[in-house]
Design a protein around this ligand. Structure first.
Ligand code: HAM
Length: 421
């Protein structure tokens, strides 16, 4: 029986890899400009890292983690996101040493057991950025600008940026209490999840997708009315920086992120044509996370972009560049006795840095030429028994159809000159 990949996962096939390389190149370009350095962390971590980091009342930790016990009896989880792991790596490897601000970026697979649909997968890829060590609102702005400019650099237009402040451990309890008062006599009308959120994390009720919960939360108090002076000042300075940079945004006092570590700034970038899964990027400040994971208090801010969603958006808008898959030269070998000479020539071409292919099945001239066309070869080198005897080959330019006989000695230099200009 044929087996399929698990639900919610996808193969990235040779034809599709160019799009990913294109995205990765754009990511590396912009991160270079903004001074962020790449980090690669393991695909799995100790479960406790995410429980402590993301918060055990979040949907991600409660319902969506791929957790298993390994053969050594440890509880292991496939990373559902990479902020907690980046912070773990930052502390473990003392990336704070000798610098006030550590700027990291990553590209990689994340895993969430969610209901798959267009734009939502169980294995998906994020490009994320984390800036650790600085509380200046200019860094919040830098991060947000980086997210927006990255998406714009791909040609995406009509992005919408929503911005909020979710307060800090000083002012959030006040808001929490106000929310609980607001929902007290509406409790029985809320969905089961929200009823349990009421005690544990009432802000998440505002984010519930159930129609009746959304109805019941109309008129709920807004966090921005409860911010302490420091959070309010920070929030207005972030906005000032964004205005200075010409970034437009909407304030959304109901924006609560699905992960518990956020403090102060929270933001999301949406691309509306994607419909239900329109959030292409999300992030914010998380000043308590480093301490939560065992470090000394360290302010930090970051975001992650969902790359599958970006690719969907680029496809919809026909913004993916055509990436022709071409080969410099295809060696056509005619007859059994030339196979060894053709193979030698093929290897010499590759050693010279040319991309070269040949047919190993000893097919007819016509079949091999067809293959050369399919491979989009710029040149074909034809090698028959006569040519091998004469230490020569026929070189055909596939664009102009011109052909000439070239000696074995000069063929590689000639090809290099043609191909590399
Ligand atoms: P997040 O909002 O959970 O934040 O995820 C960021 C982005 O990843 C989303 O906006 C979305 O584009 C994409 N994404 C999330 N889940 C899925 C899924 N199941 N399938 C496809 N795409 C998905 C974080 O993960 C935070 N770590 C971001 C952050 C970094 N905050 C601070 N630093």
């Amino acid at each position: 029986m044929l087996m399929n990949a698990p639900r919610g996962t996808k193969d990235i096939l040779p034809d599709g890899i160019g799009q990913w390389l294109y995205l990765e190149q754009k990511i590396r370009e912009i991160c270079g400009c903004y001074g962020y350095k790449e980090i690669r962390t393991p695909l799995f971590e100790h479960t406790e890292l995410f429980q402590r980091g993301i918060g055990d009342t979040t949907d991600v930790v409660e319902k969506e983690m791929y957790t298993f016990t390994d053969r050594g009896g440890r509880s292991i989880t496939l990373r559902p996101e990479n902020t907690a792991a980046a912070v773990r790596a930052y502390l473990q490897n003392k990336l704070y040493a000798g610098t006030a601000l550590t700027k990291l970026f990553y590209i990689g697979s994340m895993f969430r057991y969610d209901r798959p649909q267009a734009g939502r997968y169980r294995e998906f890829h994020q490009f994320g950025v984390e800036a650790l060590g600085e509380m200046n609102p200019a860094v919040d702005a830098e991060i947000i600008i980086l997210a927006v400019r990255f998406l714009e650099s791909l040609g995406l237009k009509d992005l919408s940026l929503s911005l909020n402040s979710v307060g800090c451990p000083q002012c959030r309890p006040v808001y929490r209490q106000r929310l609980q008062e607001f929902f007290k006599d509406k409790l029985s009308g809320l969905c089961e999840d929200c009823q349990s959120r009421y005690d544990r994390n009432p802000m998440r009720i505002l984010d519930c997708k159930h129609e009746q919960c959304q109805q019941l939360s109309i008129g709920a108090p807004e966090i921005t009315d409860c911010l302490c002076d420091e959070c309010r000042d920070h929030f207005s300075r972030v906005q000032e920086y964004l205005r200075t940079a010409g970034i437009s945004f909407q304030l959304d006092p109901r924006l609560v992120r699905g992960l518990d570590y956020y403090t102060k700034t929270a933001f999301e970038v949406k691309y509306a044509p994607l419909g239900a899964q329109s959030a292409v990027a999300g992030g914010g400040r998380y000043d308590g996370l480093v301490e939560e994971i065992g470090g000394s208090p360290t302010p930090a801010v970051g975001f992650a972009v969902g790359l599958e969603r970006v690719l969907l958006a680029l496809e919809q808008q026909q913004l993916l560049p055509a990436l022709p898959d071409a080969v410099d030269v295809f060696v056509v070998a005619l007859g059994e006795n030339v196979q060894t000479a053709a193979f030698q020539l093929l290897m010499a071409m590759r050693s010279a840095g040319l991309s070269a292919q040949m047919d190993f099945a000893g097919r007819s001239m016509k079949a091999q030429m067809k293959q050369a066309n399919k491979a989009n070869a710029r040149f074909v080198v034809i090698l028959g028994e006569d040519e091998v005897r004469e230490q020569a080959a026929t070189l055909r330019n596939m664009q102009t159809s011109e052909q000439e006989k070239v000696t074995m000695k000069e063929i590689i230099n000639k090809l290099c000159a043609e191909v590399k200009g």
